[in-house]
Design a protein around this ligand. Structure first.
Ligand code: A3P
Ligand code: MG
Length: 403
């Protein structure tokens, strides 16, 4: 498909209006030489205070569907891996969960393997649910677009939300525009890849503890059995951040059976599970409030999950205490360290930036957005047709608007 077709005067006008808008938003940016099909632009993350204004609004995320992945990461259009998690206590409970139980019987998730999945599972769900993307105007006609600005996984949005407070890790996000929707896909940075390859036994064990905790919390589970980390239950939600409409997939840990009732329009009955080191020193509290709650808040807020249950474990992997945190309370608990307004405004501005630069509507064309490590800026590069980075599969593009 040739994407480099000439744009009309009207499109040129829209384009320059958009360019003006981003210049107005970020006058310090050097995007003067921006080309329509070969972008090289910079988005400055810092200073953070520029996002500390009234928060961009994230509309209540609406549940639009779900799917499961089995132990071999095969897609099933059903709820087979939806777990139920009974919360039979108020805010805190004493327990004795040994997270080392049946660790030798577990099946590890191969992150190298799962990273090759890119957006495939979510795209599979879209293919099977195209009827959910019809609007009033397109009801009787063949579908020709998804009527959403962005499609991605929630994890990518979580990472973006945390970016203004992240001064070490970089990230890579690739973008492809197809039939007016921008698909976003996260890629591992070389640093992350090398960390994965050089994971220590302790890191591996701690990762396994997180999954084992989910196993303990799942109603009716037999904890003497091993966990298969490949199994997942994913919800798909629709939301909007200011002018940006979004459809994203999110793995969720489970639902409270006393609140769960289908059909449901949101994820209020769902629960996120986490583990953390027991809180003993001031530094443990600081680390929870400063780093962990920020991630938990971002992850849960994006899908409208109202509560997170944390299992606090000792150094040997025994959970002694369960604590429930209300997601809406987290910004107050952590008020000295991070602010939702900064995170939401940053995400909103970054999505503006992506929309302005990702102009070529071609499923094989890729734009790369790369946050430099150590608190650097975000660089945007137009890669054109580059099989190394292209992520929208043919099977999806050929079928989605022809079924
Ligand atoms: P903890 O978050 O309790 O450490 P999630 O909380 O996102 O549902 O993930 C469940 C568990 O999977 C995590 O538990 C962690 O143990 C493991 N996990 C998730 N993402 C991971 C990653 N990128 N690398 C290693 N382990 C990961
Ligand atoms: Mg979890």
């Amino acid at each position: 498909m040739s994407s480099l077709k000439r744009k009309s005067h009207k499109e040129d006008h829209v384009f320059s209006k958009r360019r003006q808008r981003i210049l107005d938003l970020h006058p310090e940016q050097k995007i003067g030489e921006m080309e329509k099909h070969s972008v090289d632009a910079k988005f400055e993350v810092h200073p953070r205070r520029k996002y500390d204004t009234s928060p961009a609004t994230l509309r209540r995320p609406m549940f639009i569907g779900d799917f499961s992945l089995d132990g071999k990461r095969q897609f099933f259009h059903d709820k087979r891996n939806l777990h139920f998690i009974s919360l039979d206590w108020h805010t805190s409970k004493k327990v004795e969960y040994d997270l080392n139980m049946a660790l030798d019987k577990m099946t590890r998730k191969d992150f190298e393997e799962t990273s090759t999945e890119k957006l495939d599972r979510l795209l599979e769900w879209i293919l099977q649910n195209t009827y959910k993307f019809h609007t009033k105007d397109s009801a009787e006609k063949p579908l020709h677009c998804l009527s959403t600005d962005f499609v991605c996984f929630r994890g990518l949005l979580t990472e973006l939300l945390c970016t203004p407070y992240e001064n070490r890790e970089g990230w890579i996000v690739c973008a492809t525009k197809f039939c007016s929707t921008i698909y976003l896909c996260a890629y591992d940075t070389p640093e992350k890849q090398s960390r994965r390859e050089n994971e220590t036994d302790l890191q591996r064990k701690m990762s396994a503890w997180g999954y084992k905790f989910e196993h303990y919390m799942t109603d009716g589970s037999n904890t003497e059995e091993g966990v298969n980390e490949n199994e997942e239950y994913c919800c798909v939600v629709r939301s909007r951040l200011e002018s940006h409409s979004l459809v994203y997939g999110a793995e969720v840990d489970g639902a409270d059976p006393s609140k769960y009732k289908t059909p449901h329009s949101d994820l209020k009955a769902f629960v996120e599970l986490k583990t953390s080191k027991e809180l003993i020193t001031d530094n443990d509290y600081r680390s929870l409030y400063r780093f962990k709650l920020k991630k938990w808040w971002s992850q849960s807020y994006l899908v409208g999950i109202p509560r997170v249950v944390c299992g606090f474990r000792d150094a040997e992997g025994i959970v002694h205490t369960l604590n429930t945190y209300e997601v809406e309370d987290m910004p107050f608990i952590s008020k000295d360290y991070w602010k939702p307004a900064v995170m939401l405004n940053f995400l909103n501005k970054f999505l503006d930036f992506v929309k302005i630069h990702v102009q070529v509507d071609d499923p094989e064309a890729v734009y790369k957005f790369e946050r430099q490590p150590n608190g650097g800026d975000i660089l945007c590069t137009y890669l054109g047709h580059d099989p190394k980075w292209a992520f929208l599969p043919k099977w999806y593009c050929e079928k989605v608007f022809h079924s």
